[in-house]
Design a protein around this ligand. Structure first.
Ligand SMILES: Nc1ncnc2c1ncn2[C@@H]1O[C@H](COP(=O)(O)OP(=O)(O)O)[C@@H](O)[C@H]1O
Ligand SMILES: [Mg+2]
Length: 423
């Protein structure tokens, strides 16, 4: 261990105090459950960047895992990169080497490294087994959205952390960190880590109320959810174990694919307007009867002019038909005046159900960059009848803005030339 080369951490980064025991834990497992927005991911990213930049931990290396390898780029990788910039400001590039292809982060002062993997299929699992580092050993694993993994996948990962570390550096230790929003109370993570006591395991709970840095808009949306969707609020607001069931769409897969419009039989946009809710624009493509979600633009508290400017920047193609929420004709006119082929989607008796049936009837591919669409689709549920406890044919109207955009985006294909286009 060298203490002479101490890195000067200028750090504007701040930590939420609720995670202090997590960041100090040296046992083998840190299991962080909590509501969306509680600060888990930011905390873990900052904690690892701080430790990996510290000469006291020379020889440590971090493997970051999500179910689908390709989803790391816009989540864990982005989070770790942001943590580097928060900590080191303008000095970041001098201290960390950031590589995009393949994704990796390497601390230039300690030689410690971060790499990214998935466990979605046999090929990705095999890649996990053959990891080596040019300096030190694999010591730490961060599994983000851990509920997406099978217990067996975690066993494979756990197996990677073995062998004596004391010759390398007496400060090193093996550790697996999991972060997730709880889903079903029958999930294996609950049984394995929460329902039995183990001195190697630290379980931790946090909610958006523990996050000092949460933006006020998010706080307001959560408070509204408490009233509008009490069951969803328990899981997504309070981070309590919930019930998996009543999901509307399960026929989707997340993977990388070429997004250029030339790869599809036809392409469309769907837009759901929102200000307090998200304003969501999805770019979709049809190919061989299957749906590909190619792009998303997902913003809060922006007016139409601002969104149009963002759409231009995001290369949303004005020549492609864009099907929008018919409740706001003024906004549609603003889009049309700006040169977009924006049209209203007529709402009729039963049309939501018919659109959902259409979506359920074909495979949906989601590009890994569409992180908000993925978040929504994983929790988009049918309402429950409070007296019978049975699901009814109506979606819960919460966090469903990308889902609305998705419903609109398929209207041209679902209704063909029957769709009425109002100028
Ligand atoms: N330590 C922190 N410093 C600055 N901002 C933070 C911090 N922790 C959380 N945030 C803010 O709160 C938001 C939600 O935190 P995040 O870690 O993504 O929550 P979770 O992973 O629990 O869903 C982040 O996008 C960020 O804006
Ligand atoms: Mg997170």
């Amino acid at each position: 261990m060298t203490t002479a080369t101490k890195v000067k951490v200028i750090t504007k980064a701040k930590f939420n105090p609720i995670f202090k025991p997590v960041n100090e834990w040296r046992g083998r497992y840190r299991i962080l459950k909590g509501s969306a927005g509680s600060g888990k991911s930011v905390n873990v990213a900052q904690d690892y960047i701080a430790k990996l930049s510290d000469p006291a931990y020379e020889g440590a290396n971090l493997l970051v895992v999500r179910k689908v390898e390709e989803t790391n780029r816009d989540s864990t990788f982005a989070e770790l990169q942001a943590a580097i910039y928060r900590m080191f400001g303008n000095h970041a590039p001098k201290i960390w080497k950031i590589t995009l292809n393949p994704l990796s982060l390497e601390c230039k002062t300690t030689g410690n490294k971060i790499i990214f993997r998935g466990v979605k299929d046999q090929r990705q699992r095999e890649k996990v087994k053959s990891i080596t580092f040019k300096k030190g050993k694999l010591t730490w694993i961060w599994i983000e959205e851990a509920t997406e993994l099978e217990a067996e996948d975690v066993d494979i990962l756990d197996d990677r952390l073995r062998g004596d570390l004391s010759d390398l550096n007496p400060n090193l230790y093996y550790q697996i960190t999991m972060t997730f929003n709880p889903v079903s109370a029958t999930h294996w993570i609950k049984a394995r880590y929460f329902d039995r006591s183990d001195p190697e395991v630290l379980t931790h709970h946090s909610t958006y109320k523990d996050n000092r840095f949460i933006d006020p808009g998010y706080y307001r949306r959560m408070e509204r959810r408490k009233i509008e969707d009490p069951e969803g609020y328990r899981v997504y607001g309070l981070g309590e174990w919930g019930e998996l069931g009543g999901l509307i769409l399960t026929n989707f897969e997340v993977h990388d694919f070429p997004t250029g419009k030339e790869y599809f039989d036809s392409v469309y946009y769907g837009q759901d307007f929102g200000f307090n809710h998200a304003n969501a624009i999805l770019g979709i493509g049809f190919k061989d009867g299957e749906i590909y979600i190619r792009s998303e633009l997902y913003v809060f508290e922006k007016d139409t002019e601002e969104i149009i400017a963002l759409a231009r920047k995001a290369n949303i193609d004005p020549r492609v038909e864009m099907f929008c929420d018919s409740a706001e004709p003024d906004r549609i006119r603003t889009w049309q005046k700006a040169g977009f082929r924006a049209y209203p989607v007529k709402k009729e008796q039963g049309s939501v159900k018919a659109q959902i049936d259409f979506l359920k009837g074909r495979k949906i591919h989601i590009h890994p960059s569409c992180v908000n669409t993925l978040k929504e689709i994983q929790q988009w549920k049918w309402k429950k009848d409070p007296t019978t406890g049975l699901y009814i044919d109506e979606p819960v109207e919460f966090m469903d803005d990308a889902m609305a955009a998705l419903r609109y985006s398929v209207e041209r294909i679902r209704r063909g030339s029957a769709i009425e286009i109002l100028k």
